[in-house]
Design a protein around this ligand. Structure first.
Ligand code: FPP
Length: 236
């Protein structure tokens, strides 16, 4: 990598386009998700090797329950498969895996697998990898507001002491820096309820590439574009 080249500390990815990738090949949408899962594995390795500290990917939104039953159950099973097949890699490579989102609505088996891999990889210090699963930014803020309201109600917090830091610390991403770069595949210019609080000052990179066609070359291209951006955080 070039001298002075900045690797974004926290990268977020909206992995979009699995369905279209499958359709283009005359396959069922679930085949696109399967391929997408393989690309996710490679992307985790690339981010870790390039020196990314935090990677957060959007795998299942609170709105995705509206999809056909077969697709929803496929995605849930894919997560179970992913957890089992990635455990060793993540442990051996010091990557700590966390899940952000709500556990409400998920079955006991999947919750216990999530907890197992979070514990097993918890000591990983090289990269924090978060999977947003059953995640919605508005729900995350709503949950945070409820926690804060409870603190006010029981007298341990004054309303005038509520500030941005307190709100950030009541989100699923507490202890993580805000994302520097958010990548979205498949050419859609939407944030789709992903890290809406945390992404206030993120740089966005949209590529037409469908998620199953995404690769390290494309990731480095996104980092190069990020390096051309002049981040002002509201200043001049
Ligand atoms: C959006 O593409 C993608 C998803 C809703 C699922 C993302 C899942 C993966 C990349 C697989 C990895 C997942 C796990 C569980 C580890 P889309 O289906 O909306 O595509 P379309 O816009 O072309 O229809």
């Amino acid at each position: 990598m070039l001298k002075d080249f900045i690797i974004p500390k926290h990268v977020g990815i909206i992995m979009d386009g699995n369905g279209r990738w499958a359709k283009k090949r005359g396959l069922l949408r679930i085949n696109g998700h399967k391929e997408g899962m393989l690309v996710l594995k490679k992307t985790v390795e690339s981010c870790k090797n390039l020196g990314v500290d935090y990677l957060t990917v959007y795998a299942f939104s609170t709105e995705n329950w509206k999809r056909p039953k077969l697709e929803v159950s496929f995605l849930l099973n894919l997560l179970k498969y992913y957890i089992n097949s990635e455990l060793n890699y993540l442990k051996e490579n010091n990557v700590s895996l966390k899940f952000i989102g709500s556990r409400i609505g998920l079955d006991k088996k999947i919750i216990s697998m999530m907890e197992m891999i979070e514990t097993e990889t918890g000591n990983g210090k090289d990269m924090v990898f978060s999977i947003a699963f059953n995640y919605g930014g508005r729900m995350e803020i709503t949950d945070g507001v409820k926690n804060i309201a409870q603190l006010v109600k029981n007298g341990s917090l004054l309303p005038e002491d509520i500030d941005e830091e307190l709100i950030s610390n009541n989100l699923y991403t507490k202890n993580m820096p805000d994302p520097d770069l958010i990548i979205r595949t498949s050419g859609e210019f939407r944030i789709s309820n992903f890290l809406i609080w945390q992404g206030a000052y993120s740089e966005y990179y949209i590529t037409d590439t469908l998620w199953p066609d995404f690769n390290e070359e494309e990731l480095i291209k996104a980092f190069k574009v990020y390096n051309t951006r002049n981040r002002r955080f509201g200043g001049v």
